[in-house]
Design a protein around this ligand. Structure first.
Ligand SMILES: [Fe+2]
Ligand SMILES: [Fe+2]
Length: 180
């Protein structure tokens, strides 16, 4: 994985490499899953409830990615990333929810273990899910560990908990000027 050098380019890379890919991939995984659940309803290995879980993930991920695409990433591209402490903490909380959904997928599919009798659809479903899980885990790591920390280091200088202290407020203004 070679990442672009600037944070502005990194936000565009995330949209093209991860957001677009999730949108392209998830609806098919959901429909494959509905087929497997219907055809193999009697099998003890069937990932019962996976299609509904994927439907929830599609909805939640769409809202999350829209927040990044419409609010956070444009602010970063315009040089206002250091003022995005609150939106970034909201994104981190969303990522924790996504990690919970990922764990549920792994548990429902016994960590993507196919039964011996699995048909072609079931195999395609687990291969596709494997790609999705590795994409979304990498996507979250890139945002949590590479993109967000570049703006959180300045968090200490934000007003927030020090809003009542004129000294800290003054320091924050100074910091703002220094960075502009
Ligand atoms: Fe993202
Ligand atoms: Fe995200």
């Amino acid at each position: 994985m070679t990442l672009p050098e600037t944070t502005a380019e990194l936000t565009t890379y995330i949209e093209n490499r991860y957001h677009a890919r999730h949108r392209e991939q998830l609806p098919e995984l959901r429909s494959l899953s509905a087929k497997v659940e219907a055809v193999h309803a009697e099998s003890p290995d069937v990932p019962a409830g996976l299609a509904d879980l994927l439907a929830d993930i599609i909805g939640e991920l769409e809202v999350h990615m829209k927040k990044e695409e419409l609010i956070l990433f444009p602010a970063i591209r315009q040089g206002h990333g250091s003022q995005m402490g609150h939106p970034i903490s909201v994104m981190r909380a969303d990522h924790d929810d996504h990690l919970g959904a990922i764990a549920k997928i792994r548990s429902l599919t016994k960590n993507l273990t196919l039964p011996e009798h699995a048909c072609g659809t079931w195999r395609r479903l687990y291969t596709g899910l494997g790609e999705f899980l590795s994409d979304i885990e990498e996507h979250i790591r890139v945002e949590n560990d590479i993109l967000f920390p570049q703006f959180e280091s300045e968090k200490r200088a934000e007003p927030g908990p020090y809003a009542s202290s004129p000294c800290m407020a003054h320091e924050f203004e100074g910091g703002g000027e220094r960075n502009s």
